[in-house]
Design a protein around this ligand. Structure first.
Ligand code: ADP
Length: 192
């Protein structure tokens, strides 16, 4: 029964780390960004709507994102636990998630904050642009996403910090080292 969030700036390797950490704790990783991208590539109605925001690096409107997470959290595979990646990203999304969890009789155990210097984030994003060809991995769109992160998502971290839930992880270095670091820190946090 482990319920975790992972929060980190674009390019911090949040998605990759989420998968590894989730595997360790034997829980599904739920990535809103990934769900949106899948919908975009399958050209679903949600995908068509979301693409307008994704491509420019803007947040998808809360009503769409909240509804998507609400539905996903009702699935049976996430009953025993989950690692949410990319949600909540704004203060209103925090309240929404609070409501969703309260109605399910659940609560969060820890919030992982993955940190890396902005210059390193940009380098990694440029590399990912070559490797994966994500449409939102251009310098301008990346800067917009990073700016939004600093303006909006920091507040999310502050709210959870106020609740004593945040575990800070140094996100620089080798991905496998970061995974080890994160798992060790979360386990320690959960047992103390
Ligand atoms: P990154 O953290 O590298 O920006 P993500 O895969 O987490 O990448 O998100 C990609 C895009 O998906 C975001 O820029 C945004 O448009 C959309 N998105 C993902 N999660 C949310 C959310 N919680 N609220 C609004 N938009 C979101």
């Amino acid at each position: 029964m482990t319920r975790l969030l992972i929060i980190g700036p674009p390019g911090s390797g949040k998605g990759t780390q989420a998968e590894h950490i989730a595997r360790h704790f034997n829980i599904p990783a739920v990535s809103t960004g990934e769900i949106f991208r899948t919908n975009v590539s399958q050209e679903t109605p949600l995908g068509r709507e979301a693409a307008r925001y994704l491509d420019g690096g803007d947040f998808v409107p809360d009503h769409l994102t909240n509804a998507l997470v609400k539905e996903r959290l009702r699935d049976s595979d996430v009953r025993p636990g989950f690692l949410l990646d990319g949600y909540p990203r704004t203060a209103p999304q925090v309240s929404e998630l609070d409501n969703m969890l309260a109605s399910l009789g659940q609560r969060l155990d820890a919030v992982i904050e993955l940190l890396a210097p902005d210059a390193e984030l940009e380098q990694r994003m440029l590399q990912r642009a070559k490797d994966q060809g994500r449409k939102d991995d251009t310098v301008e769109v990346f800067r917009r996403r990073l700016d939004l992160y600093h303006r909006e998502t920091h507040e999310v971290v502050s709210v959870y910090a106020g609740r004593g839930l945040v575990v800070c992880i140094d996100g620089s270095g080798e991905p496998s080292e970061i995974t080890k670091r994160a798992i060790a820190a979360v386990e320690k946090f959960l047992t103390t």
